[in-house]
Design a protein around this ligand. Structure first.
Ligand SMILES: *Cc1c(COP(=O)(O)O)cnc(C)c1O
Length: 224
């Protein structure tokens, strides 16, 4: 077995016990394999181990991988990077999900540019939950108005919230869970809480994460 296969299997074993500890259903979590800076061979290994969700943060790199892996047609590609205006057309049409929406203007461009024969683009709003100046994302207070506006757009399906909470505290995950529930109570139908990375995904599961985004824990160190 390859190291990637071992990592995938180990993840699922630990994740299942973690879900059980928190009285969560066994199928209530998606592993998003963050394959940025990793090869298509590594993606193929994770695919063979059963994974279908892959995350990339650079458009050009992602499109090259999509092209060479076109035969693996059931891969679900997630865009998790910064959204540049001149890349929205490619993102809108090559990805199934975008986790990093922070502006209505971005969502409007995706809505206008998504090809009509494709299913709606799944989007998450990125929240800077610990208000860290160097991180992207909007404040918790801005989330509801942006969600309401996005919900009026065609060709877009608002799925939930994404965050990269500060690693040294659990508060960010708890705050995200509260915000998620507040928005659901306010009538926004959300089913996705995208949070937790290689170092902290178990905490994220404890606080309701439905997608954890793992790079290093699945593929090893990135070659930068
Ligand atoms: C790189 C990245 C990850 C994965 O990070 P690891 O620590 O390697 O698991 C998750 N989310 C985002 C947004 C990323 O850019």
């Amino acid at each position: 077995m390859s190291k990637v296969t071992d990592n995938v299997n180990h993840f699922h074993k630990v994740a299942q016990s973690c879900l059980a500890d928190h009285h969560r259903a066994t199928n209530s979590l998606i592993l998003l394999c963050v394959s940025k800076n990793h090869t298509t061979a590594a993606i193929q290994q994770a695919y063979l181990a059963g994974e279908r969700h892959f995350g990339e943060n650079r458009v050009q790199e992602a499109v090259e991988k999509m092209t060479s892996l076109a035969n693996l047609s059931d891969i679900v590609w997630h865009y998790i990077g910064t959204i540049q205006r001149n890349k929205t057309h490619i993102i809108a049409n090559r990805f199934a999900w975008v986790h990093s929406v922070t502006r209505l203007s971005e969502a409007k461009r995706f809505a206008a540019q998504r090809a009509s024969q494709l299913p709606p683009l799944n989007v998450c709003i990125e929240i800077n939950i610990d208000n860290e100046p160097q991180k992207s994302g909007i404040t918790a207070e801005e989330a509801l108005p942006l969600a309401l506006a996005i919900n009026t757009l065609p060709a877009i399906r608002l799925r939930g919230l994404m965050a990269i909470p500060h690693p040294q505290t659990q508060h960010g995950f708890a705050k995200m869970h509260v915000l998620f529930q507040q928005m659901c109570h306010a009538g926004i139908a959300l089913d996705t809480l995208s949070m937790g990375m290689s170092a902290d995904w178990q905490q994220a599961i404890a606080h309701g994460a439905t997608i954890v985004r793992l790079g290093t824990a699945i593929f090893g160190q990135r070659n930068l």
